[in-house]
Design a protein around this ligand. Structure first.
Ligand code: C2O
Ligand code: CU
Length: 493
């Protein structure tokens, strides 16, 4: 299958890069001329983007034409769900109708929404019952690449296909030929391409989580992605997999990372040329296609040792090069997070414990397990993992007390210590934070993120201003770990 058609916009031709403007900036320029001024973010007359989504069953050709279609759960009949794209400062109103056989919610991952719109069942809203609807409405304060997904029965609902891209454009977007989104999915399919059952398997839950056997780009197994020599692509990668970590290498190309988790970062080549994305994490890349017409280059995933595979092939068309040189990309404008005062920040230690150890022992000991759900917890995985010794039983957020209570407007440093034998992508709702150290050493870019991937037995410090009042979920985004107890609440009052 040629992937270009699925990915949207075709190749822009015969336009000199210097003259390249997106339709959006043309519109803006037009409006600006009339108003005679620039448009600051947060102007009084932002647009409202309205969408209706239906969460329910669908049939998708995930594995390609040679296989039967896969019965999935999805938004409005497609995987990923309809892309929601707005401009920084716009409002969005999404009415979601639940046609699933069970409760659901939508969480707007990484978007700094008010608490009531955050989609944490029992904590910020009652779960949306089957046949019921709910309206989410909020302003997107920051530009960037985000995504939406359910926050109820997360492992199964995301694992069956409920995911979608949420893109907030800068008020003056980066000049590129194409702005492409790849929602990366990971599925466990049977021979007939149907989704294997056995979600929430305790053994898997206590290890790396449910890693699948089929990786998709925008809901299908992709073999090639057509590019044109000389074009510049902004590639927005979203890891929407329930458990799989990606480490992507673009053979013969050197992508520049310009944003992580939606937040601008000093443009740089990633360590070892590999873009690592834990579950829920995003990266915006500038990819200059400087290969010759007719050539091909592989994108390979080398994250798990000995299990590398080709994700997709970049296939150059035979068209003549669009140009032979490209200037360095301009930097993205900063978003609106307040800068934490690290010198005067209050520090808190956060320990991650639990899971299978090398010798197949359960971490945390019997004490931890009996203290929170006992055998039942152990059988269902409800207390396999813990944050500061506390496990959220059975993904049940109704009765959870906050592990930390923070004062609104104050700066905090959380020192997260992964004492387990497994990777954990740790996500905080309602905020973005800077990753300031790893294993005691300052990070090079002090990157803003909403999800930090912490390797086994490693530590990371994150810093942020607790400026968004409410109860915020703080959890591992390997969804089996989340449901196995590695979830807590941080309260901002
Ligand atoms: Cu993307 Cu609490 O999740
Ligand atoms: Cu985890």
């Amino acid at each position: 299958m040629d992937f270009t058609s699925a990915a949207g916009a075709g190749v822009e031709d015969s336009v000199a890069f210097a003259n390249l403007v997106s339709r959006r900036s043309l519109l803006l320029a037009g409006g600006g001329a009339i108003a005679g001024m620039a448009f600051p973010v947060g102007r009084g007359w932002a647009d409202t983007v309205e969408r209706n989504l239906v969460a329910g069953p669908g049939r998708i050709a995930l594995a390609g034409e040679d296989y039967p279609k896969t019965v999935v759960w999805c938004y409005s009949g497609s995987v990923p769900g309809p892309e929601i794209r707005l401009r920084q400062g716009d409002r969005v109103r999404v009415v979601i109708e639940n046609r699933l056989p069970e409760d659901t919610t939508i969480h707007w991952h990484g978007v700094r929404v008010p608490s009531a719109m955050d989609g944490a069942p029992y904590v910020t809203q009652p779960p949306i019952q089957p046949k019921a609807s709910f309206t989410y409405e909020f302003t997107a304060p920051d530009a960037g690449t985000y995504w939406y997904h359910p926050h109820d029965h997360s492992s199964e609902q995301v694992g069956r296909g409920l995911m979608g891209a949420f893109i907030v454009e800068e008020t003056s977007p980066l000049k590129v030929d194409r702005d492409i989104v790849w929602v990366l999915g990971d599925w466990r399919l049977k021979e007939d391409a149907s989704i294997a059952g056995g979600f929430d398997n305790p053994m898997e839950m206590s290890m790396a989580g449910r890693i699948g056997n089929t990786v998709t780009i925008n809901g299908r197994v992709a073999d090639r992605f057509t590019v044109r020599s000389g074009e510049r692509i902004r590639l927005r990668l979203i890891n929407a997999a329930p458990a799989r970590i990606f480490g992507l290498e673009f053979k013969g190309h050197s992508p520049l990372v310009i944003a992580l988790d939606g937040q601008p970062i000093e443009p740089h080549t990633p360590a070892g040329g590999r873009v690592v994305l834990g579950p829920a994490m995003r990266a915006d890349l500038v990819l200059d296609m400087m290969g010759e017409p007719g050539r091909s280059a592989a994108v390979i995933d080398t994250f798990y040792e000995g299990l590398s595979y080709k994700l997709v092939e970049l296939r150059y068309s035979n068209e003549p090069p669009l140009r032979t040189q490209l200037p360095a990309p301009t930097k993205l404008p900063l978003n609106t997070m307040p800068e934490p005062d690290i010198a005067n920040a209050q520090r808190h230690d956060v320990t991650l414990t639990g899971g299978m150890m090398g010798g197949m022992r359960m971490g945390g000991g019997m004490g931890g397990m009996m203290g929170n759900g006992g055998m039942r917890g152990m059988m269902t995985g409800g207390s396999m993992w813990a944050i500061n010794g506390v496990a959220m039983p059975d993904d049940d957020m109704a009765h959870m007390k906050p592990v930390l209570t923070l004062a609104r407007g104050k700066s905090y440093v959380l020192a997260i210590d992964n004492q387990t034998a497994w990777y954990h992508p740790i996500h905080l709702h309602g905020h973005s934070f800077r990753v300031i150290t790893r294993n005691g050493k300052p990070t090079r870019y002090r990157e803003w993120r909403d999800t930090v991937l912490i390797p086994p037995r490693e530590r990371a410090e994150i810093a942020f201003v607790a400026d968004n009042p409410g109860d915020w979920m703080f959890h591992c985004h390997i969804l089996d770990h989340q449901e196995g107890g590695m979830m807590s609440i941080i309260r901002v009052t």
